[in-house]
Design a protein around this ligand. Structure first.
Ligand SMILES: [Zn+2]
Length: 300
């Protein structure tokens, strides 16, 4: 029997389509699209797809990072970034005065966070382990960029997040926007992404779970957004092969070449997208990502 992973409804689902071994359903109650089965493929699967070289990890600041980093307010001091990746965002947040903590289960990423960006408080755990083991002081703010859509239990996750926040603490969430015109891409399907959201269903989810949504925003469609989508969509497989070999043989040079190839591919698509966007701008399309800044509700 299916259960909606977001509102726990047991029926009122509309079948959308089959994707590999997964069925996708739309929950009419809470408006989320979810996969059946809801199975996160785990650490090994993700590690085999992550190919940041240790010495030159190349990171582009995303729209949602910029939005938070450019916010003049200070909501700290203790900031936790869940799914912190290589730790670039944490190093920028530390420059703004936050005492930063990060959790990620990818061992290559946490190594880069420690050794390249010098982040000391890194938990190399999956999210469930982290919540089980965490006994420290609570956090003032938790950032959750591009994480929720990967999780098999988004409802339990948001409740756990609340349990490690101080009263009236803050969360910042970014998540792919399923209304983005180029959303139809394998990375947005299971097993990579298990749920699909739009701005209204995420807002309702946060409010139902005791958060006051202070800022909600859809990224504006632009050429960088399009270049990103095209880079992810069109694959020759060369970079992936090099990266796979590099990871298996622990050969950093192949990973650096793979990373360089990816950078070149992105630049080519950037040029193409710049031209394409001239024709797409008049349609005022939604961009790829949603952003939410929320505070734990006052106890009534
Ligand atoms: Zn639901």
């Amino acid at each position: 029997m299916q259960i909606c992973p977001v509102c726990l409804a047991k029926d009122n689902f509309r079948f959308i389509k089959q994707y590999c071994k997964y069925n996708l359903y739309h929950c009419q109650g809470c408006d989320v699209i979810f996969s059946e089965p809801m199975e996160n493929p785990g650490r090994v699967w993700y590690e085999a797809r992550a190919f940041r070289p240790l010495k030159n990890p190349l990171f582009r600041v995303n729209w949602y990072h910029r939005k938070f980093l450019q916010d003049k307010g200070f909501y700290g001091p203790r900031l936790l970034d869940v799914g912190c990746g290589i730790g670039f965002f944490l190093s920028e947040a530390a420059k703004k005065g936050y005492v930063v903590y990060g959790v990620d289960f990818n061992r290559r990423f946490t190594k880069i966070a420690r050794e390249f960006y010098g982040i000391e408080n890194i938990f190399e755990k999956d999210i469930d382990e982290f919540f089980q083991d965490f006994k420290g002081e609570k956090f003032d703010i938790i950032t959750i960029f591009e994480v929720l859509e990967h999780l098999s239990k988004p409802l339990a996750f948001i409740q756990q997040i609340k349990s490690v926040l101080k009263p009236r603490g803050y969360i910042v969430i970014s998540i792919p926007n399923r209304n983005f015109i180029f959303y139809d891409n394998e990375i947005n399907y299971p097993p990579h992404h298990l749920t699909a959201w739009n701005i209204d269903c995420m807002q309702r989810f946060l409010e139902r779970n005791g958060f006051e949504v202070i800022v909600w925003e859809t990224q504006k469609f632009d050429y960088q957004d399009l270049a990103n989508a095209l880079t992810l969509k069109f694959k020759l497989g060369l970079g992936r092969c090099l990266a796979k070999a590099g990871l298996e043989l622990n050969n950093e040079s192949s990973l650096e070449i793979a990373s360089l190839l990816w950078g070149i591919k992105y630049k080519i698509f950037l040029g193409i997208s710049f031209i394409l966007t001239i024709f797409l701008v008049p349609f005022s399309l939604e961009g790829s990502t949603l952003y939410f800044f929320c505070q734990v509700e006052r106890v009534k």
